[in-house]
Design a protein around this ligand. Structure first.
Ligand code: NBP
Length: 489
């Protein structure tokens, strides 16, 4: 296809693997002529060919970086979608050599936010603008409308706002799933926490499945029906929808269902681990997300778990699975409520992490607005996010989602079912680390007095760390050891 009459395209995209190729086609489909480039040039030809097949979309391929950069109108905007880390630095070096003051590079990868901040500073010294933009929604999202989380240079954002507003997922009652997130690496950070929340959601759903299958003895057909039913109510979401689909898919290489043949070892790429590390750095409790990460670590120990299952089987533990008959309909309803209540706690943790980082970095993140742009396009999209947005609209300074009056009531309404599910799982020897962590988070957060008084006493006993008192101000130290010698029993 010949270049537009101006001989220049509106935007460029470098990195044509799954995400880049699909986002380029999406941008072109929305009416913005786009230049594309990839280190391995066969992917350039592949993308141009796909653009032809998918409706003669205005995608223009280039095999060398100079002609790629020079094909874009000024100020030039180039989105990079290459593997995070060194490939991003290498791509920036390749492209920036041909760019001019005022041009802008956008990294759409899952990058560590500090790398974006380092690069933004380095680019500013060359007079170039820089954005770190979280892109969520996988292949489908990139092609038909992702959730976009751009952070960094506001001027750069303004240069491409018109494109992002059209390319992002569109949610009828709340608009395009994009907003300017804030300065520096805030876009990458928000995407990282989104992924951490995604880990939590997937873990909670997997536990719901485990309880229903292992304790409730639901068949795949019954599981599919239960999840499909859940997807009509407050749990309506992309992840519940695809979970229902998964239970219906037969194995094309043998008998039975595919899900039963999939190896129980979870992969990961790092954003969940970063989320938990950041929560620890900022002293924000994120136990549900941490439990989901730990569960992925443990799932990776397949050989050890297989050996352990034999050890405990031979010692008489084995499957403690309850032999009592289970009322399937009641269990499905209890698990649904437990899942929803657990999910509220998980999102509360993610939102608190975002707020803590926003305060540390001065990003001024708008939590309600983040919930809004996650309502479409991304993996955690869910009707539930609308409730979160409304909670922050009611009170932008909400200390915790749990104390929003609507969420508080929802938790109260579900706590009996939630406790029943966890007790049943524990008594059946089925682990529910995410749901249990969520319940422990709730039970800890809601109590006025915790056993932390004893921990402070111990710390003062062995380390003279001092303690405060409930009945008078000041810092105190007691010679616990000396007194204890006289009172030992
Ligand atoms: P990958 O993360 O698999 O990266 C492949 C791309 O990086 C190819 O274009 C490859 O070029 C390029 N690349 C590499 Br590898 N090393 C390079 C180097 N030294 N110099 C230049 N280019 C280099 O692609 P992806 O799965 O499309 O993801 C892109 C980004 O988006 C990642 O940061 C990813 O974490 C993020 N993301 C992915 C998803 C998803 O569902 N896949 C979702 C959301 C975000 P080549 O063809 O020459 O090898």
């Amino acid at each position: 296809m010949a270049l537009p009459s101006s001989n220049l395209t509106r935007i460029g995209l470098a990195g044509l693997a799954v995400m880049g190729q699909n986002l380029a086609l999406n941008i072109a489909e929305k009416g913005f002529p786009i230049s594309v480039y990839n280190r391995t040039t066969s992917k350039v030809d592949e993308t141009v060919e796909r653009a032809k097949l998918e409706g003669n979309l205005p995608v223009y391929g280039f095999h060398d970086p100079a002609s790629f950069v020079n094909s874009i109108q000024k100020p030039r905007v180039i989105i990079m979608l290459v593997k995070a880390g060194a490939p991003v630095d290498q791509t920036i070096a390749t492209l920036s050599a041909h760019m001019e003051k005022g041009d802008c590079i956008i990294d759409g990868g899952n990058e560590w936010y500090e790398n974006t901040e380092r690069r933004e500073k380095a680019m500013a010294e060359l007079g170039l603008l820089y954005l770190g933009m979280g892109v969520s929604g996988g292949e489908e999202g990139a092609r038909h409308g992702p959730s976009l989380m751009p952070g960094g240079s506001f001027e750069a954002y303004k240069n491409i706002e018109d494109i992002l507003l059209k390319v992002a997922a569109q949610v009828p009652d709340s608009g395009p799933c994009v907003t300017y997130i804030g300065k520096g690496g805030s876009g990458n950070f928000v995407k990282m926490v989104h992924n951490g929340i995604e880990y939590g959601d997937m873990q909670l759903i997997a536990e719901a499945y485990d309880v229903l299958k292992s304790v409730g003895k639901l068949s795949n057909t019954e599981l599919q029906q239960a999840f499909a039913e859940w997807n009509k109510g407050e749990l309506l979401s992309f992840l519940i929808e695809i979970t229902a689909d998964i239970f219906g898919i037969k194995d094309d290489k043998g008998d039975g269902y595919l899900v039963d043949k999939v190896l129980d070892k979870t992969g990961m790429k790092g954003t969940g681990k970063w989320t938990v590390q950041q929560a620890a750095e900022l002293s924000v409790a994120a136990p549900t997300i941490a439990a989901s990460l730990d569960s992925r670590f443990l799932s990776g120990l397949k050989e050890e778990r297989t050996a352990a299952s034999k050890v405990f089987q031979s010692d008489g533990f084995g499957d403690i699975l309850s032999s009592q008959p289970v009322d399937k309909a009641k269990l499905i309803e209890d698990v649904r409520q437990a899942l929803y209540a657990s999910k509220i706690c998980s999102y509360a943790q993610g939102m608190n992490l975002l707020r803590a980082k926003s305060i540390e970095k001065g990003w001024d993140l708008k939590l309600g607005e983040l919930a809004r742009i996650w309502k479409g396009g991304c993996i955690i999209r869910a009707i539930f996010l609308d409730r979160i947005k409304k909670a922050y609209d009611r009170n932008p300074d909400l200390p915790n989602l749990l104390v929003d009056p609507e969420f508080a009531q929802e938790i109260l309404d579900r706590q009996a079912a939630w406790r029943r599910v966890i007790c049943l799982a524990i008594n059946s020897g089925v682990s529910t680390p995410g749901m249990s962590a969520s319940l422990a988070y709730f039970d800890t957060y809601r109590r006025e007095r915790l056993p932390a008084n004893l921990i402070q006493s111990q710390r003062d006993y062995f380390g003279a760390h001092t303690y405060e008192r409930t009945d008078m101000p000041g810092s105190f130290h007691t010679e616990w050891f000396k007194i204890a010698k006289q009172t030992k029993i």
